[in-house]
Design a protein around this ligand. Structure first.
Ligand code: SRM
Ligand code: SF4
Length: 553
């Protein structure tokens, strides 16, 4: 047991994720939880954080950090009803600083909740028929799925599979209900966890379903993926992908982003069994001694894909079939109005960095509340932090359009392709791991890179840019044409050369640059792209073809 990482002990001794969470929550002497409970809290869908903008000031005044909690909802496929939207909006205004965050895994996060408000928050979430179970921690997280689920009957089927997969891989412990909803207390031994066992998984685990040609979920960055194969208009099955993951540590070459492998094909009815076998194989063989080496991608890299597939097939009892052809054309969102197969309409809005708040001249939070009050379809969060107002009748479009325009929610119509497709992780001031700004830096950064594009006559060209505050990769920067990865305040590693379909990792081009370092480099490369590119050639593709990444650092 001594070689195991400390988190393994905490999980093992937690009595089904209960630990002393109830006591920690009741302790009014501190705004924090006990250390072990902070780890357990993650598996309940929440993180303890502090406001980093004022951390130093509080330290100097000998005050404990301003402890606050982030809460992340479970929303398979990113779907919620207008009634749920209104409940979430109300909670954000009551407990979470009047702001909401759409994440890169199609869900909502609240930030800034104080300890005593955690329980009422969870109870209100439950009353809205949502929960936060297993959205963080060493379990399968929110299952993401391509976001045009009403575009064809197959999309609706896939959305349903996302929900079923999420349910199937949920922990069985009733700890969440017991602690947050004052449910019946556990009397004897904790519930059996048929999929996870007593210590859950060695590390976080992420699953996605993509419907080609859209790779909006970046399927190759996921531990477990299913690519829908549609033949003659019906869902024939899925190609299985395994072993994607992006997190890395600066200066540690043993950690790296990895694209998932395509492992084979399976019919729809085998999806849950295959998923469970992938999870239990990782449960049994993943590294529990070193958390930096504990994701599925390392299990597969160390033992080989053939070994992994054979083990999964042994557990399922049926071999996978050969993978079937598929083609992705984009990993972005399709903005504006699209008509679904049933004649109803879906409007994809650009929400910069997924941040929903009322700002001067842009009362977007109020606007979305008004839309939710009027809307009769549903909402769908995209894995690119954007939002679809889905299932709108033809007759309701003018009303939605007016609300959108009246609350500055029409960025999709006004922004350049660069601005529409860019992603930024949360970073400062809430993320404890941030080394540099990301979300708060996105707009100025886009202004500057957009300026360079304009100078070279390419202002209308698509270009994917993603920025994160550290190398963990929460905005999937390793898949962007331009990835900026935080190294220190104001300084970033410049990664270049992703494609526009989420199928090629970029490479580290230069390290530890501030704006005066990376903007001139981008200016030069964008200039070369303008002069030498083939018709329609994307920036990332051009950099590789022209040999500019051959000499990458
Ligand atoms: Fe992430 C940790 C935010 C998607 C890789 N991520 C964190 C934490 C919880 C920091 C922490 O551990 O204390 C961040 C909370 C910041 C805050 O204040 O909200 C955080 N991650 C996010 C979100 C909110 C970014 C966003 O701007 O949307 C995304 C929430 C997704 C969700 O709803 O579940 C988010 N994180 C991702 C993704 C992208 C994805 O899943 O598609 C990745 C890269 C893919 C992957 O997992 O490989 C990602 N987050 C990480 C890692 C690195 C994991 C690794 O294998 O090394 C960490 C750190 C860790 O786990 O130790 C991390
Ligand atoms: Fe925090 Fe790093 Fe993730 Fe950004 S990439 S949210 S800085 S952990």
């Amino acid at each position: 047991m001594s070689d195991l990482s400390p988190v393994e002990r905490i999980k093992a001794e937690s009595r089904g994720l209960r630990g002393t969470l109830a006591e920690s929550l009741a302790d009014a002497h501190t705004g924090a939880l006990r250390e072990d409970d902070q780890q357990l809290l993650r598996l309940h869908g929440s993180y303890q954080q502090d406001d980093r903008d004022i951390r130093e000031d509080r330290r100097q005044r000998k005050l404990e950090p301003l402890w606050r909690f982030m809460v992340r909802l479970r929303l398979p496929g990113g779907v919620c009803t207008p009634a749920q939207w209104l409940a979430i909006d109300e909670l954000a205004r009551r407990y979470a600083g009047s702001t909401l965050r759409l994440t890169t895994r199609q869900t909502f996060q609240f930030h800034g909740i104080v300890k005593r408000d955690l329980k009422p928050t969870m109870q209100a979430i439950n009353a809205a028929l949502i929960d936060t179970i297993a959205t963080c921690g060493d379990v399968n997280r929110n299952v993401v799925a391509s976001v045009n689920p009403v575009e064809s009957p197959v999309h609706a089927e896939v959305a349903d599979w996302a929900r079923r997969l999420s349910e199937h891989l949920l922990p069985r412990t009733r700890a969440w209900h017991e602690i947050w909803l004052d449910g019946e207390k556990l009397a004897g031994t904790p519930e059996v966890e048929p999929v996870y066992g007593r210590t859950f998984l060695p590390r976080k685990f992420k699953a996605a379903i993509a419907v080609p040609p859209d790779n909006d979920v970046d399927i190759f960055s996921q531990d477990l993926g299913f690519i829908a194969i549609v033949e003659d208009g019906r869902l024939a099955g899925f190609n299985l992908t395994v072993g994607g993951g992006l997190g890395a540590t600066h200066g540690d070459p043993a950690t790296y982003p990895r694209l998932a492998d395509v492992a084979g094909f399976l019919p729809p009815e085998r999806l849950l069994a295959v998923a469970e076998s992938v999870v239990t194989t990782q449960r049994d063989f993943g590294d529990r001694t070193n958390r930096k080496h504990a994701r599925l991608k390392y299990t597969i890299a160390d033992r080989g894909l053939d070994w992994f597939i054979a083990e999964v097939e042994r557990r399922v009892g049926v071999p996978l079939e050969p993978a079937r052809p598929f083609e992705f054309t984009t990993n972005g969102d399709r903005f504006g109005w699209q008509q679904g197969f049933d004649g109803r309409w879906h409007l994809t809005l650009r929400i910069p960095a997924g941040r929903i708040a009322d700002r001067e001249g842009a009362p977007r939070m109020t606007g979305l509340r008004r839309i939710a009050e009027a809307h009769r379809g549903d909402f769908r969060i995209t894995a690119n932090q954007n939002l679809v107002i889905a299932g709108v009748d033809e007759a309701d479009r003018p009303r939605i359009d007016a609300l959108v325009a009246g609350h500055a929610l029409d960025l999709h119509a006004r922004a350049t392709p660069l601005e529409r497709d860019a992603l930024a992780c949360v970073a400062m001031p809430t993320c404890p791991l941030a080394m540099a700004e990301a979300e708060r830096y996105l707009q100025p950064l886009l202004g500057k890179v957009g300026g360079l594009l304009g100078t070279h006559g390419l202002g209308g060209e698509p270009l994917s840019l993603r920025v994160t505050g550290c190398p963990n990769g929460c905005a999937r920067p390793y898949l962007a044409e331009i990835g900026l990865i935080g190294k220190a305040p104001g300084r970033y590693n410049l990664h270049l050369g992703g494609d526009a379909r989420g199928q090629r990792l970029n490479v580290l081009y230069r390290e530890n640059l501030d704006e005066s370092g990376f903007l001139p480099l981008l200016d030069e490369l964008i200039g070369a792209w303008a002069r030498e590119r083939a018709p329609g050639e994307r920036f990332g593709d051009f950099l590789w073809r022209s040999g500019r990444l051959g000499a990458a650092a």
